[in-house]
Design a protein around this ligand. Structure first.
Ligand code: AQP
Length: 334
C-alpha cells in the first residue's frame, strides 16, 4: 500500500441497498478512491443482529459486491471483502467489549430504534453492533470513514474506544474521522419524510431500492408523501418531503439545490415528483445494467472476494497481534 491515508467503510447486506445507502455512502466510496487507500467491507456479521433468512443473506452478500463494482468501485484500486471472511473482526470485538460500558451502548439511537422495530429479538449482538463496527474500522489503521449521518454516533464511540485503548496501553489505533456528505447524509423515507430511508422498512413504497426498475422508481416518487402547500423550496424542518426530493434530485441530476429550486419555481408537485423519479431512474440504469452483467460471472466475483479477504486479513492480523500483545495475551515462539 502507498503512503496515502486509509479509508474504511461498509454496507450491510441486510436487504437491497436503497438510494439512501448510495447517496450517503456508496457514491462517495467511488469519489474517494484515488485520494485514499480504500477498504470496503460487506458487513454480513452485522446483519445477524436482526433475524435473516440464510439463503437471502448469502445472495445479498454476492449481489452487494456486484453493486459496489457496478457503482464504480475498482477492484484494482480498492480492497473489497466480506466481513465474516476475516476473523479478526470478531476477535477484536471481544477485546473491545471488555473496555466498553453498557451505558455507552444502550443509549445509541440505532439500538433504541431497532429494539423497538425488532421487539421480539432484542439480542446482545444488537446492543454490541457499535463495538463490532469500531473493530471493523480500527483494524485497518483507518483515518477516514465515509458514512451517512445515522452512523455518526457509532464513529464517536469508535474514537472513544481508540483513545481509551491508546491511553490504557500505548499508541496502537489511529483515531478515525467521519466523512459525512454535506447534502444527502440522511435521505428520508418517501412514505414518512421525518424518518430515515431504510432498506429494511416494511413499506416498500418508503424506499427506492438500487434494483428497482424505471417504472417502479417513477411510481414510488409519484406516491411520495409531501405537504399540503404548493411551493417548492428547500426547508428540511418545515418541508421535509419536498426538501428530501430536492436533495435526491440534486444528487442524481448534478444540479445544485439552488438551481433545482429555480428550475421548479411555479411548477406543481406532480410534475416535480416525476422529474425526480426520471433523474433517479436515469442515474440507476447504467449501474443496474452493469450489476446484472457482473452477476452472470460468479467466478469473477468470487475471485475478487477471495483476493479482498486475503489483503484485508494481512492488515487486520497485524493490528490484532499488536492488540493481543499489548493486553498481555501470551504468544509462543514458533
Ligand atoms: N437514508 C440514508 N441516507 C444517507 N445515508 C444512509 N445510510 C443508510 N441509510 C441512509 C448509510 O449507508 C451506509 C450503510 O448502511 P448500513 O447498511 O450499514 O446500515 P444502516 O445505516 O442501518 O442502513 P439501512 O438502510 O437503514 O439498513 P437497515 O435497514 O438494515 O438497518 C452507512 O454509512 C449509512 O450511514
Amino acid at each position: 500500500m502507498s503512503d496515502k491515508k486509509t479509508l474504511f467503510s461498509a454496507v450491510q447486506p441486510s436487504g437491497i441497498p436503497t438510494i439512501g445507502n448510495y447517496v450517503g455512502a456508496i457514491s462517495n466510496f467511488v469519489k474517494l478512491q484515488d485520494e485514499y487507500n480504500c477498504i470496503y467491507s460487506i458487513a454480513d456479521l452485522h446483519c445477524l443482529t436482526v433475524r435473516q433468512d440464510p439463503a437471502s443473506l448469502r445472495k445479498a452478500t454476492q449481489e452487494l459486491l456486484a453493486l459496489y463494482i457496478a457503482c464504480g468501485v475498482d477492484p484494482e484500486k480498492s480492497i473489497m471483502f466480506v466481513q465474516s471472511h476475516v476473523p479478526a473482526h470478531a476477535e477484536l470485538t471481544w477485546v473491545l467489549n471488555t473496555m466498553t460500558y453498557p451505558g455507552e451502548l444502550n443509549r445509541m439511537t440505532q439500538y433504541k430504534d431497532k429494539s423497538r422495530s425488532h421487539a421480539d429479538n432484542v439480542n446482545i449482538g444488537l446492543m454490541d453492533y457499535p463495538v463490532l463496527m469500531a473493530s471493523d474500522i480500527l483494524l485497518y489503521n483507518t483515518a477516514v470513514v465515509p458514512i451517512g449521518a445515522d452512523q455518526k454516533q457509532h464513529i464517536e464511540l469508535t474514537r472513544d474506544l481508540a483513545i481509551r485503548f491508546n491511553s490504557r496501553y500505548s499508541d496502537t489505533f489511529v483515531v478515525p474521522e467521519p466523512i459525512i456528505p454535506k447534502y444527502g447524509a440522511r435521505i428520508m423515507s418517501l412514505a414518512d419524510p421525518t424518518k430515515k430511508m431504510s432498506k429494511s422498512d416494511e413499506n416498500v413504497n418508503a424506499f427506492v431500492s438500487m434494483y428497482d426498475d424505471t417504472d417502479t422508481i417513477i411510481r414510488k416518487f409519484k406516491r411520495a408523501v409531501t405537504d399540503s402547500d404548493t411551493k417548492i423550496y428547500f426547508d428540511p424542518e418545515n418541508k421535509a418531503g419536498i426538501s428530501n426530493l430536492l436533495t435526491i434530485y440534486s444528487v442524481f441530476s448534478g444540479v445544485s439545490i439552488e438551481d433545482a429550486v429555480k428550475e421548479f419555481d411555479g411548477k406543481g408537485y406532480g410534475d416535480f415528483k416525476i422529474k425526480v423519479g426520471e433523474a433517479v431512474a436515469e442515474g440507476l440504469k447504467p449501474i443496474s445494467d452493469k450489476r446484472l452483467a457482473l452477476l452472470k460471472d460468479k467466478a469473477y466475483l468470487d475471485g475478487i472476494m477471495v483476493k479482498g479477504a486475503e489483503s484485508a486479513f494481512r492488515i487486520a492480523r497485524k493490528t490484532l497481534s499488536k492488540v493481543y500483545r499489548k493486553v498481555g495475551l501470551y504468544s509462543p515462539e514458533r
